[in-house]
Design a binder for this molecule. Structure first.
Ligand code: COA
Ligand code: MG
Length: 293
């Protein structure tokens, strides 16, 4: 499974932005056929998507399609299920049933086009109260579901409030997504966009909050957000040094039959050692990612 610290949106029908987005340092780009595209432009956006997918790129590419409840979904999938697309982001997913419909259609298109069977991932975008409550069944709807996206902008509208800097109104939904993802055995979720893209300090604080809550990364809308987000979601040198020390001491102690002891005045036992191992794995995956680029 890939690690995504930053996933940058670009409208599929804006080739200038799409072309730039594909060469920036986001771990992935999401080319959008949904809300970043005017209703009158939906058909043109699918044509532009084809062109955008031919452009040089540095990371993985996903396509966000319109909700399954719209008339656009079939044509969006016909445009998006193609070689070079890692997965389909399904806007405003409300239920497991919707995910299974998309899974079925993708399967048919893959077969028709000779694409690797079940190669395409599905990322449900959860952006309403109903979606949040259905998160576990959505996350476990089919094997293609790799992770969930949280759509805070639409969610706060749905629950009748607005975005605040503290994020207190979205705390429950965020926590619920982390738990549902873990219970379903998929990757940790990716957090909502931070619309005030000039406020980097606010973005970094928000990202630190969700990292601590268990999110893997965050959606981005502007190039200026990528560097700061990548940094927040990358283990720091101190964290890696701590993890290496814990694992070394733990392995030595365990070999002598001792599983609980102290390092620098803090109790170390299996869960802490496992957390340290996860940090080392994550750091290794991120380092490999930058070598590959
Ligand atoms: N991807 C790639 N490049 C982007 C970009 C993006 N998401 N957002 C901005 N840029 C580029 C601009 O094209 C501009 O480059 P240029 O000067 O060479 O033309 C540069 O970054 C600076 O942009 P700026 O002037 O600060 O912003 P803008 O007014 O051009 O765009 C937004 C602001 C919000 C419209 C734009 O960031 C955007 O379209 N974001 C993605 C929106 C989206 O896809 N939303 C759907 C999910 S919520
Ligand atoms: Mg939206």
């Amino acid at each position: 499974m890939s690690i995504y610290r930053t996933m940058l949106f670009a409208p599929a029908n804006d080739l200038r932005k799409a072309g730039k987005a594909l060469l920036l340092d986001a771990d992935a780009v999401v080319l959008d056929l949904e809300d970043a595209v005017a209703l009158s432009e939906k058909a043109n956006a699918r044509i532009a998507l084809k062109e955008a997918l031919e452009l040089p790129r540095k990371g993985d590419v996903f396509v966000r399609i319109n909700s399954v409840q719209t008339e656009y979904v079939l044509n969006d999938l016909l445009a998006a299920v193609t070689r070079g697309v890692k997965g389909i982001v399904v806007a405003k997913t409300e239920s497991a049933e919707e995910v299974r419909k998309v899974d079925w259609l993708i399967g048919l298109i893959e077969k028709e086009r000779g694409l690797p069977e079940s190669g395409m991932e599905i990322i449900p975008f959860l952006e309403s109260a109903n979606a949040i409550l259905n998160a576990y069944s959505i996350a476990s709807a089919c094997r293609r579901v790799s992770r969930l996206f949280f759509g805070g902008v639409d969610y706060v509208l749905d629950i009748g409030t607005s975005f605040s800097k503290s994020g207190s109104e979205i705390f429950y939904a965020r926590a619920h997504l982390v738990v549902a993802s873990r219970a379903a055995g998929i990757e940790p979720p990716i957090d909502t966009v931070y619309p005030d893209f000039k406020d980097i300090k606010g973005l970094v604080e928000d990202a630190k909050t969700v990292r601590q809550m268990g999110f893997q990364g965050k959606l981005a809308i502007h190039p200026g957000q990528i560097g700061p987000l990548n940094e927040v979601f990358t283990p720091t040198a101190e964290e890696i040094a701590w993890a290496e020390k814990i694992v070394k001491v733990f392995d030595e102690s365990e070999a002598k039959g001792q599983a609980v002891f102290q390092v620098d005045g803090k109790m170390i036992e299996y869960p802490i050692a496992n957390r340290a191992r996860r940090i080392i794995t994550l750091a290794g995956q991120i380092a490999k990612k930058s070598e590959d680029k």
